[in-house]
Structures are given as structure tokens and as C-alpha cells.
Design a protein around this ligand. Sequence first.
Ligand code: ZN
Length: 490
Amino acid sequence: MSANKLHVYNTLTRKKEVFTPITPGFVGMYVCGPTVYGHAHLGHSRPAVTFDLIFRYLKHLGYKVRYVRNITDVGHLVADADQGEDKIAKQAKISKLEPMEVVQHFTNSYHKNMDQLNVLPPSIEPTATGHIIEQIHIVEKILEQGYAYVSMGSVYFDVEKFASKYNYGKLSGRKTEDLKANTRELEGQDEKRSSLDFAIWKKAQPEHIMRWPSPWSEGFPGWHTECVAMSTKYLGKKFDIHGGGMDLLFPHHEAEIAQSCAALGHDSVNYWLHNNMITINGQKMGKSLGNFITLDEFFSGMHDLLEKAYSPMTIRFFILQAHYRSTLDFSNEALESAEKGLERLLKAAALLEKIKPTEKSSVSFEQAEENCYNAMNDDFNSPIVIANLFDLVKVINSIVDGKETIDLPNLDKLKSLFNTFVFNILGLTQEENSDNSNNLLNGVVDLLLNVRMDAKASKNWDVADKIRNELSDLGFEIKDKKDGFEWELK
Ligand code: ZN
């Protein structure tokens, strides 16, 4: 393995830094998980695949990794503001379900999609509703330190007081003066001292279903508090990596830093890592834009914007083909070329298993190995890894064609290098090729119908009718034509 050290880009310092864990050999990593009020869509796949790559690589380097990814099942209001309805409660009302039924349903669906994408489950998956007491403790600590105030049963974080001692905005690069100029006074803000303040405990309105007792009111925690409570509970007051999508930088992660500084007196996180956003045909994703495509829709092809179905591995490979900090634009053309690339890679992996070593070797792989590790050590640069793997695909094909030779030690090396990166680190898998099985089915049905034509030609009506009837029973619709036949599976 390369002696080069792992470097990660820290959003907080805006620099690549040598990764040094707090406890040698152990990494604590927290990633903001989904809010479970709808099916997982494309936007969910990028943080999941990005931090799965990071999780896999850290483990590959020999670290023991405790990866915590939460489920937000309360306290995330529509428009992510302090006013409005709980997203989960709103969905529960629409579908006439208990809010926890909504949560369970979409959590199950999220897990199914993550399995399809070959995303490893985290070490701990805590839920916000399972940690109300811990969140109340955080609110109490912030109040004790004087960085929050109670107003009409709700508790608000006092941003201006906090900013007089700490740097509010250091993660997102926003300044409090600019923020203040940009926030409009909204209805209900008279409870707050400043429009910058955010709720860390909210008194529930009578119609609000999800509510818990607290020292201040029957209510619910603010969204930003859950991640502070759960990350520090499972990873300690200081931990290594906190990740999430760039859309969470502000206000969510900024507010997390403010709360841990206010409650604990210091930052909890050493390295902040953020994946960039996904666009579709150059446009931001949004429900109102009609380009909100769920993962299930990608896998089935059932969406107006999709020309066909794309397999989970195609989506995973497509995400990995871009560096996690670059933007990524989805289009049918781009996905089709990802599909072809993936096929080439996986075909080479299968060919590799069949190669027989010779006495002499015309190839060696030290340089390729170093390139792959250097790329991963340079802030998890998966596109460079993939480019190097494609160079290896060429070598594999040349060996198969007899243009190059390989001896046993080099063959072992090539297998270990190729399989480690393709399967263990990038997390790709050989999918059951549905195109292939479709082709097989088409071939077999055509063969049977040709036998039937021959039978008819030799007036063997029993055989001809038997084939026709049994295929119809199986759901095939057969139409006889002048020069042959047509069939369809109904
Ligand atoms: Zn979070």
C-alpha cells in the first residue's frame, strides 16, 4: 500500500488536511440521514453512496469505524422553518395513518433502496424520537450557559448573544449582519428576540400530534438539536467526521456547531465533509419542477423523464464517476454511458477469473496500485480510481487476447487489486443482468414458435396447437402473420 497519508477536504477550514483520528485506529463518523416522510429520491442517493465509499475505505485502511447515520422522524418542519407543520404529521394526515406508521413505512423503503445500491448499513441508526430526553438535556445546558431563552413555552437559540463570543457562520461563511438583512420578519416571530434565532424546543399547537412533555411546554425538539444530541451520545463530545449534503451547511450544520459550542463550550467535530448536489438535465431538483425522481422510479424506468430503467449499480457507478465535491448532472445520455462503462468493468472482472497464468509476465501492477491508493488518499477521488481501473480493463482484455502474458504472482496481484477496488471499496456488485435474461427469453420463445411453424408446415396440428395453447396459458399472446409470427407477453 502507498505510504501516502489520507487527506480530506475539511469544509470548516476550506483546506485539504492530513486525516488524524482522535483515537489511533478508531474513527467516529456521523452523517445526517433522511427525513422519512416520502420515498427516497435521487437526492438521497448521493450522500448515502459518498459516505458509504468513505466508510468502506476507512475500514479498508484498517480503522475500526463507528458510523452513525440518523433517521429524522420528528421536528423537521415544512420549509425547515420554525413555523408550519411537521412534515411527517402532514403526510400522516394525508394518508390517514399514525405518524409512526409513516415513519416505519418510509424507513423500510429507504433501507430497501440502500440495500439495492449496496450501501452498507451504518453501525448505529438512531432516531430523533428515540432521543427526546437527550435533546431536552442539550436544551437545558444551552439555557444554563445563557445562549437560549424561553418564550411562550418555546426555547430559542440566541444567535446574537452566541455571536458575541463565538464565530457564528464559520462553517457556511455567512455573516450575521448579512443574515439579518436577508431574513424577513415572518408571522409568529414576535416570540423571538431576533429573526436569526432558531427554535431548539417548540411548544406544540393544539392540532400538533407529535408532542412530548418538557420543562417548558408539551412540544417537540427543533430539527438541529437531534444531531447534536445523537452524535455526541454515540461518538463522544469530540469526534472525527461529520458529513452530509452541501444543502445542510446552513442552517442545519451551522446551528449544530453553535449548539455544541453553547452546550459543551467547544466544537464537537474535527472534519466536516460535504457532498455536492445533483442536478437533472442541468436543473435543480424540486417537486414543483416535475423532476423529482424516486429511486424506485429509476430502477423501474417509470417516470416521464426517463427513457428506460437504470439499475441500482448504474446509479451507484454514475455517482462514483464524479468526485463527491463536484456537482453531478443526471441525464439519460450520461446514465446510458455509465451503464456501458459499468458493464465493461464487470465483464473484465468476470474474465479475470478465467485467466490462466503463464511462465513469464509482460505486465506488472505496482504503478496501478499506487495510483489507486494515491487517488483515494487524495480526498476519496473515485473518478481517478475508476480511470485507473479502466486502464486495467485494457490490460485484462489484452491478456485474454494473447497480446500480453501474465505469471502467477502478477495474476494474484491483479486479481487482488482489481477486486478490492471494484467490489470492496467502490462497492459495486455483479447484478443479475436483466437485459441478458430478456434476450434469453426472447430466444427461447422464438425457437418454440419456429418449431410450431415447422409443425404446421408438416401438418402436425397436435404439436402446433400444443405449443400455441401452452404459451397462451403462460400469458403469451401470439399472432400469426403471412410470413411468420408476432408475440407479446401480456
Ligand atoms: Zn443533521
